[in-house]
Design a protein around this ligand. Sequence first.
Ligand SMILES: Nc1ncnc2c1ncn2[C@@H]1O[C@H](COP(=O)(O)OP(=O)(O)OP(=O)(O)O)[C@@H](O)[C@H]1O
Ligand SMILES: [Mg+2]
Length: 489
Amino acid sequence: MSTTSRRRRRHRWSLQARLITAVVSFVSVILITVGLGTGTVLESILRENLDAKVTGVQDSIALDYNHRADQILEASPRPERGTLLVVNNLAGPTAAYVDAEGGVRTLDTRNIQISAQDGNDWADATVAGLGDYRLRIGPYSSIFGLPTSEVTSVSARIVTTVALLTTGGLLVLAAVIALLIRSALAPLRSVASTASRVAAQPLAEGAVTITERVPDEDTDTHTEVGQVGHALNTLLDHVETSLAARQRNEERMRAFVADASHELRTPLASIRGYSELSLRGIRHAEASGNTAAGVVADTTRESLERIQAQSLRMTALVEDLLLLARLDEGTELVYSAVDLTRLAVEAVSDARVAGTDHEWVLEVPDEPVIVAGDAGRLHQVAANLLANARVHTPAGTRVTTTVASEDGDAVLRIHDDGPGIDPTVVGDLFERFSRADSSRARQTGGTGLGLSIVKAIVEGHGGRIAVASEPGSTTFEVRMPARPDSPAQ
Ligand SMILES: Nc1ncnc2c1ncn2[C@@H]1O[C@H](COP(=O)(O)OP(=O)(O)OP(=O)(O)O)[C@@H](O)[C@H]1O
Ligand SMILES: [Mg+2]
């Protein structure tokens, strides 16, 4: 996967996350707008109320030219708590206010800081030690005021309440959407899990039946998600039918190869027999000095010898094909307890006789290494691998055969220090009719079925075969469960 697509994938959100984010942000924009609008309107209403109260304060206080602000306030009937009065008369500029208990207190006029003034009548101010005030300017620079603290605290309460309700509402909304989506998408999850369970099945090999289906309740074609489930089930039906057809074809093919090879054995035996017989006749005539037959013999004998050699090769090929077809059917192996150590000793002795130019080394443990298997076929595995090490390497190559018990596996390793196998074909080595070097293979008369037979036998025993090859070192390793619980029949 490239870095860009990985980055893109990381940013892709689930449908649930996207829907929740979209709905919650949309609704929160609406709620915040409504909250802000309501707050602004309420605050302006509260300010208007305050202004009306300040006007009321002005109306209720009777000014005179001789008294100080505090004296005037004392004389007023029931002045509002917080009321601020500044007068500028014969007594000089004086200021006073009504405290929280209703008592009148004097104030230095320098404590009043006007911060904003609208028109000539109204102003906002800060009074040191008392807070923010709304002021009305009356005749002769007199000032009447009330604190804005009530307006501020009411607005703050409204803002807090709206914010809390909005947040709570959004959380509930997100939870409800999540639940809705979860239940709406549940069938999709069941579709996905069905699909991945099917994908985990080994569809490529053998007889496969796909039993997995999306449950009926998730395939309601009235919903979009149900249609997906329904479509997947239809697809799985089709896949199952095609797999069954493929399996039938394969079995028919195998049966055909097995039958054909079987049928070819008899005519091949005849060809071999007759060429043998004719050759024997010619040799006999030659030996008895029949000159006429001797003239015929030069060309005919050569042809007959070729026929015999080729029919022998073909017999071997047909036997290999038959064996492979039967191994594929799984009907070939006959199980018993087989000692790999003994088997290796015998196979290497045979190889030593056949390949006198090679050096044969055997490394086996003292105790037997027992596997449950088909003795004849396992011998064929060792013989094929040893024959390869003999045929495909030059004279003088050292071939080491090792038998060992490793991690509960019985291991047979055949190593040679020959030229190695071309790395480009190592991957296909166990395929049928694969030959790394066709010219050499033809020279050595191999068919290219040897290793595929070895692999089929080993896998028929529940084992594995691996090859590691480089110039100067080629190792074939066969690993089989030492005591398989239930040998494949
Ligand atoms: N030990 C080895 N060293 C080098 N090459 C090898 C060795 N074993 C196998 N090969 C290569 O792998 C090819 C496939 O081997 P395989 O046994 O399947 O076929 P074959 O030996 O050519 O024919 P057959 O075994 O059917 O008579 C061989 O042709 C050979 O090129
Ligand atoms: Mg071979």
